[in-house]
Write a protein that binds this ligand. Sequence first.
Ligand code: FE
Length: 295
Amino acid sequence: MSGPRPVTYISRSRPTIEGAGVRLKRVFGFHEVPNVDPFLLLDHFGSDDPDDYMAGFPWHPHRGIETVTYVLEGAVEHGDSIGNEGVIGSGDVQWMTAGGGIIHQEMPQRYEGTMRGFQLWVNLPRAEKMMEPRYRDVLAATIPTVKLDDGITVKVIAGEVEGTRGPVEDLVVPVEYIDVTVPPGVLFERTIPLGHKVVAYVFEGGGQFGPEELRVGTEHLVVLGDGGAVEVTASGEGIRFLLASGPPLDEPVAWRGPIVMNTQKELDTAFAQLRAGTFIRKGDDMPIADKYYRR
Ligand code: FE
């Protein structure tokens, strides 16, 4: 089982509309959960037309998950019910643990050029779904870039590469989240602990994945099976991809919109609390978009 990890699934990201009308690409979501546990969702933002993203994600709740926003280029203004507010800019990461409940908004700002970024959802285990919410702003300057042989570079958001640790520590689920750039024709190998799930998302160029050397183009998800090393050989244009891995939770998933729990009863409780205005345990009353009141 410790040979190179085989490719088990490839899919293209799908255009969708989220929030108040943001056009984005869904890399994976509800239907892929058994394959990608402990991850739940990955969205890819990318547009040079502000009309595609300016509507943003006005005040909305989350519970039971962490959301990780990685802005490649652009600026996203945010605020939340535990008192954080500010702007995350190019290269910055926001790691938000909703725990028992947070209400926040995420509003992309008008940007000259192509606004690009990602939002990854990491599930929380049953024992931690109702933990205190917390929020971490990770500035681009604190995210190390590790230079490997043959011109490979790795930005380490969470985890450790060649002794360099990413700035996001003390994670509930010890996931690794890295941004890998490989020059044309070069082989990238990285051993991920046996039993951990691994997903890769190609967002520039393309390459060949796994011992099968399956060709994967840009804007494609690759799920790798269990084993040892992830193997990727960049094609003639090079490749850049996100690589996320972590131990699966193997727990039931009850998911409705921005709330992910273990049982339907827990979802019913959450939405009843939203209607009653008792969803968050502290902080100011926040306006919530009407759609979260409807069943
Ligand atoms: Fe959100």
